[in-house]
Ligand binder design. Structure first.
Ligand SMILES: Nc1ncnc2c1ncn2[C@@H]1O[C@H](COP(=O)(O)OP(=O)(O)O)[C@@H](O)[C@H]1O
Ligand SMILES: Cc1ncc(COP(=O)(O)O)c(N)n1
Length: 280
């Protein structure tokens, strides 16, 4: 009997009852990219495509206990963090990642939901910088999150480069400043800094309101690929293709900002294998 190696990824994030963002988006992404998904909940949100109606943070002990359960038995090949809500949870998460020496830590510094609800307390920003960044294989802020984390105002390409350098100085091995919120009507460009050089990942900008969970999906795709052993550059390339397909083949669900489509990426790969000409 042969047993195939199973690659594992863990999301430490909040629950989105509407299924579009948070751990729901993360686990769907892990599944589609062929890794075994695990989760530790940091908060429960009552949420749909219209916004966040309520936030119920977990106790720090409940978060730590979930991580211990995974660490003592199963282990993981990659970790992705999303909504962490407060400084105590951040400290507990950082302590467990250090204790179990988990590899491939992808930090998505989730701060506010697209509807404006706060998913990270302001006083937790410092803990994120000093506790989590030194553990990060990569951190994936959008422009606003990069501004809050660095104190810079980001307008130009050079501003993005400066912000990336500043975040790397906290100890993150790599930084991706995402361009989803920029005004460019043609492209959505993400900037990767690996501590030495810069790379850009360019997607075609899709005119859509259905971008709920894009950041969660993207960072989870990076974590899944790192779990399987990809180098960061390849992992980001695949994640960019995954998110592009997931936004392009948008799902009309709910009355507000609809979710990403997790079936789209594999469907495209199958189409290409069958000789189709469609490319991302
Ligand atoms: N309208 C869009 N068209 C194409 N790609 C997009 C669009 N919006 C976001 N993206 C891409 O989705 C990923 C997540 O980015 P972003 O939406 O900025 O994150 P967040 O959800 O954290 O705000 C990035 O790769 C970004 O370039
Ligand atoms: C529980 C939870 N986590 C994260 C987000 C951010 O979502 P997005 O990926 O759209 O920035 C969210 N709305 N809810």
């Amino acid at each position: 009997m042969t047993t195939n190696r199973v690659y594992k990824a863990l999301t430490i994030a909040g629950s989105d009852s509407g299924g579009g963002a948070g751990i729901q988006a993360d686990l769907k992404t892990f599944q589609e990219l062929g890794v075994f998904g695990m989760s530790a909940l940091t908060a429960i949100t009552a949420q749909n495509t219209l916004g966040v109606q309520a936030v119920y943070p977990m106790s720090t002990e409940a978060v730590a206990e979930q991580l211990r359960s995974i660490g003592e038995d199963i282990g993981t090949d990659a970790v992705k963090t999303g909504m962490l809500f407060n400084a105590e949870i951040i400290e507990a998460v950082a302590a467990q990642i250090r204790y179990y020496r988990w590899p491939n830590v992808v930090i998505d510094p989730v701060m506010i939901a697209k509807g404006g609800a706060s998913l990270l307390q302001q006083e937790a920003v410092q803990a994120l910088l000093t506790e989590l960044l030194p553990l990060a294989a990569v951190i994936t802020p959008n422009i606003l999150e990069a501004e809050v984390l660095t104190g810079l105002t980001i307008r130009s390409f050079e501003d993005k480069q400066e912000a990336a350098r500043k975040l790397a100085a906290y100890g993150a091995k790599a930084v991706i400043i995402k361009g989803g919120h920029e005004a460019d009507p043609v492209e959505a460009v993400d900037l990767l800094y690996d501590g030495i050089s810069f790379d850009t990942f360019i997607g075609t900008r899709i005119k859509t309101k259905n971008t709920h969970g894009t950041g969660c999906t993207y960072s989870s795709a990076i974590a899944a690929e790192l779990a399987k052993g990809s180098r960061l550059l390849e992992a980001v390339q695949t994640a960019k293709q995954y998110i592009q397909a997931a936004i392009e083949e948008q799902l009309e669900i709910g009355h507000g900002h609809g979710p990403t489509n997790h079936w789209a990426y594999q469907r495209r790969l199958r189409h290409q294998e069958q000789g189709g000409v469609r490319t991302v």
